[in-house]
Design a protein around this ligand. Structure first.
Ligand SMILES: O=C1C[C@@H](O)[C@H](O)[C@@H](O)C1=O
Ligand SMILES: [Co+2]
Length: 298
């Protein structure tokens, strides 16, 4: 891939999982960011252990050659919480802007079961026409607020949410304006659609509107167990649904080629949450970095 176009980051979720703070609670902020840099990454997303004051956080990242490229933001438009969402979004955006990030990765969390004990493959929520209208209206507004700051909003399609499947992403993209982008996550696309082919089709379809990429690999045998035992999203994660690129079932070579051929400019973020007691985060970060060097030439 073209090194002038693409930068490589890693998310702290492999070290400490903000969805299940007990996973990796022993790992400190300084250890996390030092190991990211040592493994050869130049960017990071933001985790709950990171200082929230840019004046404190920025020098601690600068000294390690790391840059913040994004931080997760939960929206609640479908359930009618527009004013609160926009208020909190504005604070979040200002923090990211001060950190030098230009992308704000959001997920519509109304009715989401991603943090619950419900069976992720059987009990995902669906939006009514009115909930779709409220969501699209909200995201169109976020995009305007972000543009005024020179930033862009993207939607993270996610297991257990109302915007998970290809059809749901299609509906979201059709209802929103072209300045609302997509955060393409390989792991969630594969998990939801069940095949490499469908995962790649989603990527190809929305290339002009993808402005941020999460690189997550999947273990098929754990997805089969999640289906068989009707497990929740988080129970699956604890058992090892996800791993780093090169360690699971996804072939990332076509992912890199499609992005490169299109001339994708932006960040690719290794994001592979698993139990750090079972999968040492530094070892897996090094493994991911090596795989990306070998297959993407980055
Ligand atoms: O981008 C993400 C953030 C996490 O909190 C989430 O659960 C994970 O699966 C993901 O893709
Ligand atoms: Co992701």
């Amino acid at each position: 891939m073209n090194k002038d176009n693409v930068k490589l980051a890693i998310a702290p979720i492999g070290w400490t999982n903000d969805d299940m703070p007990d996973l990796g609670k022993e790992n400190t902020f300084q250890q996390i960011v030092s190991e990211m840099a040592l493994a050869g990454f130049t960017g990071s997303e933001v985790g709950s252990k990171y200082p929230r004051d840019p004046a404190v956080l920025k020098p601690m990242l600068d000294i390690r050659g790391l840059q913040i490229c994004n931080a997760w933001f939960s929206t609640f438009f479908a359930q009618g919480d527009k004013a609160k969402t926009i208020d909190e979004f504005t604070n979040h955006m200002n923090f990211l802007h001060a950190m030098g990030a230009r992308v704000i990765g959001c997920s519509e969390q109304s009715k989401s079961i991603q943090g619950t004990t419900l069976a992720v493959l059987e009990e995902k929520p669906y939006f009514s026409d009115e909930e779709w209208r409220l969501t699209a209206e909200g995201y169109n507004e976020l995009a305007k607020i972000a543009a005024a700051k020179g930033m862009q909003v993207c939607l993270h399609h996610h297991m257990g949410t109302g915007i998970q499947t290809t059809e749901e992403v299609d509906r979201f993209m059709a209802l929103t304006n072209n300045d609302v982008f997509l955060l393409y996550d390989t792991g969630h696309a594969y998990y939801s659609e069940g095949s490499q082919e469908k995962m790649l089709a989603l990527l190809t379809k929305y290339l002009p509107r993808i402005n941020h990429v999460h690189l997550k690999d999947v273990r098929d045998e754990i997805v089969a167990q999640v289906r068989r035992e009707k497990l929740s999203f988080l129970d699956g994660v604890k058992k090892g649904t996800f791993t780093v690129p090169g360690d699971g079932v996804i072939d990332f070579k076509p992912v890199f080629k499609i992005l490169d051929d299109y001339g994708y400019k932006g960040w690719m973020v290794v994001e592979a949450e698993q139990d750090p007691a079972l999968a040492n985060p530094f070892e897996y970060a090094v493994k991911a970095r090596r795989y990306i060097r070998e297959t993407a030439g980055l």
